[in-house]
Write a protein that binds this ligand. Structure first.
Ligand SMILES: Cc1cc2nc3c(=O)[nH]c(=O)nc-3n(C[C@H](O)[C@H](O)[C@H](O)COP(=O)(O)OP(=O)(O)OC[C@H]3O[C@@H](n4cnc5c(N)ncnc54)[C@H](O)[C@@H]3O)c2cc1C
Length: 317
């Protein structure tokens, strides 16, 4: 059986190596000639380490920073447990040891992220715009967030005084406005960046990204909504690729969609929570909190009912 992967981002490149090392006939193609370097370098450590170990990668060799706190709106300080910043550019460059080939296959994987270039388009898709800069600043190594109901701006430390500064919201203008607020709130100067770019992110859970499977095409990663309500898509996309690989190896591809929906129940809950917050359904948001807290305490920061409740109070439109 020949497998053709489209998209050599985080999930596609990982899936390629899982299959290749097992002797599968597999090829991979990307519209880029070199890996995407956008600032998406925050990873949930334990899950990422475990998954990459399966293709012989030790993520500790790519570790740039383990921020102490995630600070929200300069009011809420959440102790970081699991978020690490990895040198994703170097990691992806290492993984791109393959030659890009578009040869087709008996099984086709759409791992093209927000583009979802192979699977049919999603009705009522939710694609947000992001802006990103790399800048130098003298700040303590925390993650600085400025959050409103519809999006947030961030400053992620890359070590050696370098920072990813960016934001995501419903439009470029709103994202730029959020970066401005982030600078004001944390007194981060506007300086000449090393580079800047615009990106996109899909914020819909897997159940709303159907079809997940279409004829012989299987969606993997962000193409089928493996991104949390907080915009975490790296580890979930890797996990999704691993589910696909398991189904293929076990000769149970017919179970793929079911396994994806079961695994990512927590992404469904997070999106429900975000939607309740955005539409002002405060009671519903509060009711979901007991489910959200253990999820995020496991994969990102220490939090309690009280801290998250106070976060809700901090959010403006
Ligand atoms: C600015 C920004 C910051 C983010 N920060 C974080 C973060 O800190 N932590 C986190 O966990 N998540 C973050 N995310 C989300 C995360 O980056 C994505 O969810 C994750 O990369 C998705 O992985 P993927 O493999 O599905 O798609 P991608 O990694 O996006 O890869 C898709 C690939 O498909 C290729 N492609 C597109 N169209 C075609 C086509 N027609 N044919 C072939 N190839 C194609 C693209 O060139 C790309 O290489 C961020 C996203 C953005 C936009």
């Amino acid at each position: 059986m020949k497998v053709q992967i489209y998209g050599a981002g985080i999930s596609g490149s990982y899936l390629y190596h899982l299959l290749d090392q097992d002797g599968f006939e597999v090829s991979i193609y990307d519209v880029r000639s070199k890996p995407d370097c956008r600032c998406a370098w925050g990873f949930s450590y334990s899950e990422t380490k475990e998954l990459y170990k399966k293709i012989g990668i030790n993520v500790d060799e790519f570790l740039l920073s383990k921020p102490k706190y995630v600070i929200v709106n300069n009011r809420l300080w959440l102790k970081n447990k699991e978020i690490v910043i990895l040198d994703k550019k170097r990691l992806m460059e290492e993984l791109w040891s393959f030659e890009l080939k578009d040869e087709g296959g008996d099984v086709v994987v759409d791992a093209t992220g927000h583009s979802r270039a192979i699977l049919p388009k999603i009705e009522n898709d939710a694609i947000y715009t992001t802006v990103q800069n790399v800048e130098k600043h003298d700040l303590d190594e925390n993650i600085y967030i400025y959050m409103v109901k519809t999006g947030y701006a961030w400053a992620f430390p890359l070590g050696d005084g370098r920072w990813h500064i960016g934001a995501g919201d419903m439009s470029r203008e709103r994202a730029l406005e959020l970066v401005k607020k982030l600078r004001e709130v944390y007194e981060i100067e506007e300086v000449e960046g090393e580079c800047n770019c615009i990106g996109k992110i899909r914020l819909l859970p897997p159940s709303k990204c159907k079809p997940i499977v279409w004829n012989n095409v299987y969606g993997v990663g962000e193409a089928i909504g493996c991104v949390s309500g907080a915009g975490e898509g790296n580890a979930p996309s890797l996990k999704c690729a691993k589910i696909f690989y398991d189904c293929l190896v076990e000769n149970k591809l017919e179970e793929y969609e079911k396994r994806v929906l079961e695994e990512f129940w927590w992404i469904e809950v997070e999106h429900e929570f975000v939607s309740a917050v955005q539409t002002g359904k405060k009671l519903k948001a509060l009711r979901l909190l007991p489910k959200i807290i253990p999820i995020e305490s496991r994969r990102s920061v220490e939090q309690s009912f009280e801290t998250i409740k106070s976060l809700l109070g901090l959010l403006k439109q």
